[in-house]
Design a protein around this ligand. Structure first.
Ligand SMILES: C[S@@+](CC[C@H](N)C(=O)[O-])C[C@H]1O[C@@H](n2cnc3c(N)ncnc32)[C@H](O)[C@@H]1O
Length: 279
């Protein structure tokens, strides 16, 4: 080093005090933290649900209500609108709940069918590991049900509920529809009637006749299971709103008789109004 250098001389100690070199530790390049496998997460959630009285209360509601309705032999599940377990904590815990109720009702996982358009490859691997089945066809929930089937549809859009009811609108099929889903009467109570007459006429007419057994609120998972209820057709009322197949007309329009509460009130007796819905 020569004298012309601007490097401070070793004698100017104050300089060194001010600018003492900092020795930075070299950052180790950390490998991204490995996520617990999805299967393990769902299995852990399944265990955790079992530690809470909430699950046994729901299971009791299911077992007792299904037995009363002669639906204890239910052996198949369709799960729609779950969301992606890989992407959503709500979907994971709803799936864990579904597995728990299937165990309790002795429903074989080979008879559990799921569909949601958002399922990812990781979700599909999980379902294969759990040995539950994927529905391959998107029917927008319009699946025809020929024997008692538990339809697990947590927080689905109104259109999906409408479609599954509509697809099974017959005296023989409707009693097969056992919903574990949002309480459908809530839609009727919170939407103007004229809107539902256009958007969801089948739901509008069925909802008030459903046997409804609400599940209690879950403290650890308040939003995943809010407004969830077991609902099934089968009360005498349902037969009053059914139409016979000969009421399908040639244009594919559907006519049915709707018990009209307003008219009943005005005339002091049961009045019937004929409605026509374009198919
Ligand atoms: C409001 S989200 C509910 C998701 C989740 N179950 C929850 O409670 O947060 C409605 C779900 O319905 C799904 N969905 C939309 N169309 C569908 C269809 N045709 N069949 C099945 N699921 C469908 C959506 O992808 C979405 O995951």
């Amino acid at each position: 080093m020569n004298g012309t250098s601007s490097t401070p001389s070793s004698t100017s100690s104050s300089f060194y005090t001010e600018f003492s070199p900092v020795h930075r530790k070299k950052r180790k390049s950390r490998a991204p933290k490995e996520r617990e496998p999805l299967l393990a997460i769902v299995q852990r959630l399944r265990e955790e649900l079992g530690h809470d009285d909430w699950l046994s209360e729901c299971q009791q509601i299911l077992v007792e209500s299904l037995a009363k309705a002669s639906l204890a032999t239910i052996s198949e599940v369709i799960c729609l609108g779950l969301g992606s377990p890989a992407a959503s904590a709500t979907a994971r815990v709803q799936l864990a709940f579904l597995l728990a109720i299937c165990e309790n009702l002795n429903i074989d996982r080979a008879k559990v069918f799921l569909y949601d358009p958002v399922f990812t490859a990781e979700d599909m691997t999980l379902f294969a590991e759990l040995q539950v089945q994927l529905l391959t066809e998107n029917k927008d929930a319009a699946y025809v049900i020929d024997h008692p089937t538990l339809c697990f549809m947590p927080h689905c859009d109104l259109a999906l509920y409408e479609n599954i009811i509509r697809a099974n609108w017959s005296k023989t099929r409707l009693p097969n529809l056992v919903l574990v889903a949002n309480r459908l009467a809530d839609y009727v109570e919170s939407n103007p009637r004229h809107q539902l007459e256009t958007k969801a006429p089948f739901l509008l007419n069925l909802a008030p006749t459903l046997q409804c057994h609400p599940f209690p609120a879950s403290r650890p998972w308040p939003t995943a299971f809010n407004n969830t209820a077991l609902q099934h057709a089968g009360g005498e009322d349902v037969y009053e709103i059914m139409i016979s197949t000969d009421e399908f007309n040639a244009r594919g329009a559907l006519r049915w008789r709707v018990k009209n509460d307003e008219m009943t009130d005005k005339h002091g007796g049961t009045a019937w109004m004929e409605m026509q819905i374009e198919g």
